[in-house]
Design a protein around this ligand. Structure first.
Ligand SMILES: [Mn+2]
Length: 415
């Protein structure tokens, strides 16, 4: 939007806004306007104090602080106390920012995709559909032809893995003779006449024609696989050819690798060769941490079996940005046992990042977002998230007390 308006700007990426951080920004930058996106509403009080003499714009969808006045504040929570539009599921920070861009520009069609990518990254796309404002963005984006929604095969890796790998790694539902079986997969695809490579190398599912994709679906059905319909559904393809979920994972990977500026490069300047590098680097980092975990699996100081499940005490060995992802993979792969898996990693000098995951079947027994919010608060930290996946930050010296609180709260979980 700012490019389009020919406005000069600099951007900073932050994962939290403290008084100290705001002061630093205030001292370092001289621009007349400060624009916050996806953050700021909850810090409106300290923001308005810090930037008294500048124009402040906030585009956010999180809780709003009571005090403080800013020049422009767009947030669904401000409309009828958030009762009309649910900032949790119906619009993301990217969507709110798009609302402003839509007002500021004559034509904001190209930016619609970011509203949807942001919503996807914020896990607002549930059961593979968008709701509320996000749904309106989607309808508009389809009309303006900036996204293509079609029925197809929902394989992970549609636009980021070779077709062979994407199909081979499909294990839910388990396709006997294809899942985890590379030569079986190759044979299956060859039998229905799919060319696995083209001039540019291995083809991805998104490289295939609609007819080829239909042939694969038909082939799977003919082979009599049960639950093939679980693989079928709406596929959201962006103008750049990426499937939206995978593109949003790529944005996420940039953040996790502490290279958020790369995400912006990819979005604004379409630097997709950077995208592939990021994907590779992220993959390498994950496998490095996963093999560390595997080596330490019997080391009680690192992986402790507890009354509630498993406690991963990573200390300074796993990047705090990655502990959530590692905890998820360890849980989902069955490498560690639930019902609750709690990962801890040191963050900075004096904090610990905590991350919790719940295994299937315990949905009704515990709400991790509540547990994290309350337990972190008890030790002077902050937490929250989702029912099955939540996290937070606590002061480092409170580690043992925090673990005790969690153990106590989850005492009855296994009965
Ligand atoms: Mn957000």
């Amino acid at each position: 939007m700012l490019d389009e308006l020919d406005k000069k700007f600099e951007q900073i990426f932050v994962d939290e806004l403290t008084e100290k951080k705001l002061e630093k920004i205030n001292g370092k930058y001289e621009q007349k306007v400060v624009f916050f996106t996806d953050i700021g509403s909850g810090q409106k009080d300290i923001i308005s104090d810090t930037f008294e003499n500048r124009m402040v714009v906030i585009a956010d969808h999180h809780e709003v602080a009571e005090d403080g006045e800013v020049d422009i504040h767009v947030n669904p929570m401000l409309i009828n106390n958030g009762e009309e539009i649910d900032g949790g599921e119906e619009i993301s920070g990217a969507g709110v920012t798009y609302v402003i861009a839509n007002k500021a520009l004559k034509n904001s069609d190209e930016l619609l995709q970011f509203a949807l990518i942001g919503a996807t990254g914020d896990i607002q796309k549930n059961d593979n559909t968008f709701t509320g404002m996000n749904r309106e963005f989607l309808d508009e984006a389809e009309k303006k032809d900036v996204i293509n929604v079609k029925n197809g095969l929902r394989l992970y890796g549609r636009s980021s893995k070779s077709l062979v790998k994407a199909l081979k790694y499909t294990t839910d539902p388990f396709l006997d003779g294809i899942s985890n079986d590379e030569s079986g997969t190759v044979q299956f695809l060859r039998n229905i006449g799919i060319n696995l490579r083209d001039d540019e190398g291995w083809r991805t599912l998104s490289d295939l024609s609609e007819e080829e994709e239909r042939n694969i679906i038909h082939g799977l059905i003919t082979r009599g696989y049960e639950n093939v319909e679980n693989l079928l559904g709406k596929v959201y393809v962006l103008k750049n050819g990426w499937e939206i979920q995978e593109f949003s994972s790529l944005m996420n990977a940039c953040g996790k690798l502490e290279k958020p500026e790369k995400a912006l490069d990819i979005c604004i300047n379409s630097e997709y060769d950077k995208a592939w590098k990021i994907k590779k680097e992220y993959g390498r980092k994950i496998s490095k941490y996963m093999s560390l975990l595997e080596r330490k699996i019997d080391d009680e100081d690192f992986v402790e079996k507890t009354s509630f499940g498993t406690l991963i005490k990573a200390g300074g060995n796993i990047n705090p940005n990655m502990i959530g992802t590692i905890t998820t993979i360890a849980t989902k792969s069955g490498m560690v046992e639930g019902p609750v898996v709690l990962g801890l990693a040191e963050k900075g000098e004096d904090k610990i990042k905590v991350s919790s995951r719940l295994t299937d079947g315990y949905e009704d027994k515990v709400q991790l977002n509540k547990l994290m919010e309350e337990s972190c608060e008890k030790v002077g930290g902050k937490g929250g998230g989702h029912r099955m996946a939540a996290g937070g930050k606590i002061p480092r010296e409170e580690r043992d007390r925090f673990i005790k609180i969690i153990k106590n709260s989850l005492k009855q979980l296994k009965d």
